[in-house]
Design a protein around this ligand. Sequence first.
Ligand SMILES: [Zn+2]
Length: 304
Amino acid sequence: MSWDRVERLIGKQNLARLAEKRVGVVGLGSGGGFAAVSLAMSGVRKFVLVDDDMLEAANVVRHVADISFVGRSKVDAVAELIRRRNPNADIETRVGKIEHHLDVLDGVDLLVAGVDGEGPKYVLNQACLDRHLTAVYAGVYERGEGGDVVVIRPYDGPCYACWAAELREGLSFAVTNEELDYGMIGADGTLEAEPGLWLHVVRIAAAQADLALNELLVGADVHKTMPGNTVILANAALEILDGHTSLPYSAVWVNLERDPNCLVCGEPMRQRAALGDEAETAAVSLADLMNSSGIVREDGLGED
Ligand SMILES: [Zn+2]
């Protein structure tokens, strides 16, 4: 197996650098599976793959894994597809919900979030803030008419929570929790409206993989500074900004900022200080004081 073609494009040193980066891909549906294999084909060699799902016959028309993988976990299927592109790949796999496998993120250099729905994204957001781990999130809009990709660098710009709140306020079309991301399974476990054809989903996933690759090359000569932290891609004609219809296949870049009052990444102590002494006293709980002073509670709550 030869990496000549990739080496010629990005350089020997950069390829070696990519081969040493460990990338976590959480969620291996249409988008996450495509992003994982695409990263492997671009020189990433070390992966951590997490997904709780089995590949079903209904998935096959919109998944990198074909009918020969039906009945196997998506994690195993994607791991095998990566090894077919790079037999030297180093892949750790976990079958289960990310909530139960957050420890795998400890040794990861970058996270690619391919999870369905907002709940798991908020779990990942907190885990990434805790670890100062950069993550690339993607969402596909209803019927695959477009989607967005954002690079979230903890405490350097918005976290996923403040980003999502600001994006949804700013977009001229409705993106709510009905945003279906890559997934097709509803809250009750049944099939929901299809988020789009494979070719519309993978267009968003290709941008996600590309931005992930760029992020792995920060500091290298081939790294590109992007016009913002967020790209909104139109697959169909889409009114992204008020009064302006974006043409099919066009993109709008925006840079969304961190919300200093964000309940997830904000700075509560600084906010309280801004309210004045009286308010500060009232707002700080005993638990906060104990936490900030390093006092360990010895009442044994929760130990039994
Ligand atoms: Zn935030």
